[in-house]
Write a protein that binds this ligand. Structure first.
Ligand SMILES: NC(=O)C1=CN([C@@H]2O[C@H](COP(=O)(O)OP(=O)(O)OC[C@H]3O[C@@H](n4cnc5c(N)ncnc54)[C@H](OP(=O)(O)O)[C@@H]3O)[C@@H](O)[C@H]2O)[C@@H](O)CC1
Ligand SMILES: [K+]
Length: 507
């Protein structure tokens, strides 16, 4: 699993590597500039063959330093290049100052950035390099915000102009992805060494355009408290090797009243396809006929309310439970959740099982145990953790989705998965993982009714098989997107479990 870093973590890695002589800052800056130069031509080979005109916006820090390197490389490649500088490199940016001096010494054109300079320089340019701010960015304000706004308008009017952001689109926070003062709207962002959280959160993805991560020669030092990007599961992790169904656990999915069983049945189908040995749907007696007409490989039990559920749980082979999809918002849902959590078994709580506790979240957290996984979407998250949702949305705070989720997992005392184009999963104690369905991995057709129910089923199936909560949730979310991408546009939730065999064959 690769790390996704905050600006501070990236800086700490660079400093540590430089301190022990494993990296040298000037060499890193040259490599960063070279990485952007190469990535531009890989992305648009037609620009490689025919040098044109480029405008390079350089800020006062090391991001601006990268900009001066890129300006030099483009000019050496035959491009006509003009630098628009927002201030001169400051005291803490010696390498940037060296590269700025080198640019001036070679006779490179440069003037101060302002609205007029943009109006004059941009029309007819093929490239605009945004090297204003990277990991050291603060929110844009005042004139600068207005100029960036103007840049985006001019670029939209210049159909052929490509904007390339160096490390981050300027204005986007590396840590939270928030851009309360606006941000450069790039076509391509080239980040260095590791992607930053800001590339995946809040305003970051829309501003970044496409994203490429490039090595710049830093050693692969681990970063202990980083958010980890979820890696594809391996066949060894997931594929069955023993021939007995009881070796793969028994998942129990609770269903709600008649007419509302579809969500639970889809979750059950997901649990079965992902490899639980047995799956049972338990529903109120009056919903048995409806469910019986729809289920074959999945077993069915009618239960009489919470006491019937308690009796059913006397079967210790039921190795994971799922409550929420289509369960209903009545008082009985709260009682069923209590019974499930008292049983102490790995349990997924989703949808109605979460919404039911909107006004008494603390009661839910008191009952939850470390083998639970809560799978809220943004609205459900906001109902359970209103203060954290507010903090994470508030553009005036630097609290990121990852920060908020880590706090939520600590508060709930269990794993919490927050769904979205970048799904985050956190467990108590700080472990946090991210799965991106953005950029090249986008699957917008996954935004379809019932997709979340199938995800709950996937997690429950893996919990039933004995995966730890964080791993069950991570593998499930990866497979869920892989299924959606494998199917493509036109996907409906029922299609998701049916894609698993094809996805398993690719592992
Ligand atoms: N370290 C290395 O070896 C390597 C680093 N590399 C590159 O360096 C980048 C990080 O460099 P960095 O730390 O110098 O921060 P950077 O993003 O340039 O910005 C800081 C400057 O901008 C200013 N400023 C910020 N926001 C502002 C605003 N809204 N409005 C006005 N001013 C604002 C800020 O001002 P201040 O906040 O101090 O007042 C300060 O002057 C990184 O993203 C990568 O591209 C690579 O070359 C690889 C090697
Ligand atoms: K930038």
């Amino acid at each position: 699993m690769a790390e996704i870093l905050t600006g501070g973590q990236m800086m700490a890695l660079e400093r540590a590597a430089m301190a022990r002589g494993a990296a040298e800052s000037g060499v890193l800056m040259d490599a960063a500039g070279r990485a952007v130069f190469d990535t531009i031509f890989e992305t648009w080979p037609e620009l490689h063959a025919a040098p044109q005109r480029a405008v390079v916006l350089c800020g006062p820090g090391n991001n601006g330093g990268d900009g001066y390197v890129i300006a030099r490389l483009l000019r050496e490649w035959g491009w006509e290049v003009e630098v628009l500088a927002f201030g001169a490199p400051g005291d803490g940016a010696a390498d940037a100052a060296r590269n700025a001096a080198r640019w001036h010494d070679m006779g490179g054109a440069s003037r101060a950035l302002d609205g007029g300079a943009l109006e004059e320089a941009l029309p007819g340019a093929a490239l605009c390099i945004d090297a204003l701010f990277g990991t050291g960015a603060r929110a844009l304000s005042g004139d600068l915000a207005a100029w960036v706004d103007r840049l985006n308008v001019l670029a939209a009017a210049e159909g052929a102009l490509k904007i390339v952001a160096v490390d981050l689109p300027s204005g986007v926070s590396a840590d939270s992805g928030k851009a309360p003062g606006g941000a450069v709207a790039a076509d391509l962002t080239v980040s260095f060494h590791r992607a930053k959280l800001g590339h995946y959160l809040a305003d970051g993805p829309a501003a970044a355009g496409a994203l490429r991560d490039c090595p710049i020669g830093l050693p692969d030092d681990p970063c202990a408290d980083a958010v980890m990007r979820i890696a594809p599961p391996t066949a060894a992790d997931l594929l069955k090797t023993s021939g007995h169904k009881y070796d793969y656990g028994h998942a129990l999915i609770l269903a709600g009243p008649p007419g509302q069983g579809g969500a639970a049945r889809m979750a059950a189908r997901g649990a079965l396809r992902i490899g639980a040995g047995l799956v049972t749907v338990a529903c109120p007696q009056r919903a048995v006929y409806e469910n019986a007409a729809q289920l074959d490989a999945i077993m069915l039990r009618g239960i009489d309310g919470p006491s019937g559920f308690e009796e059913l749980l006397e079967d210790a082979r039921l190795s994971a439970l799922c409550l929420g999809p289509g369960l209903g918002l009545g008082a009985i849902t709260a009682q069923l959740v209590r019974v499930a959590l008292e049983a102490g078994r790995p349990t997924v709580l989703d949808a109605d099982a979460l919404t039911r506790f909107s006004r008494e979240a603390e009661r839910l957290f008191d009952m939850a145990h470390p083998d639970c996984v809560l799978t809220p979407h943004e609205g459900e998250f906001a109902r359970l953790f209103p203060d954290l949702a507010e903090e994470m949305r508030d553009a005036a705070t630097e609290t990121s989705r990852a920060d908020a989720l880590r706090k939520a997992a600590d508060r709930a005392g269990c794993t919490v998965l927050l769904k979205g184009p970048a799904t985050l999963i956190a467990s108590p104690g700080g472990d946090c993982r991210l799965h991106s369905a953005l950029y090249d991995e986008a699957a917008p057709w996954l935004a379809t009714a019932g997709a979340g129910d199938v995800l709950s089923g996937f997690i429950t199936g893996l919990l039933a098989r004995g995966f730890a909560p964080l791993d069950a949730a991570s593998n499930a979310v990866w497979l869920h997107t892989a299924c959606a991408r494998n199917f493509g546009p036109g996907l409906i939730a029922e299609d998701l479990p049916e894609q698993l065999p094809a996805v398993f064959r690719t592992l």
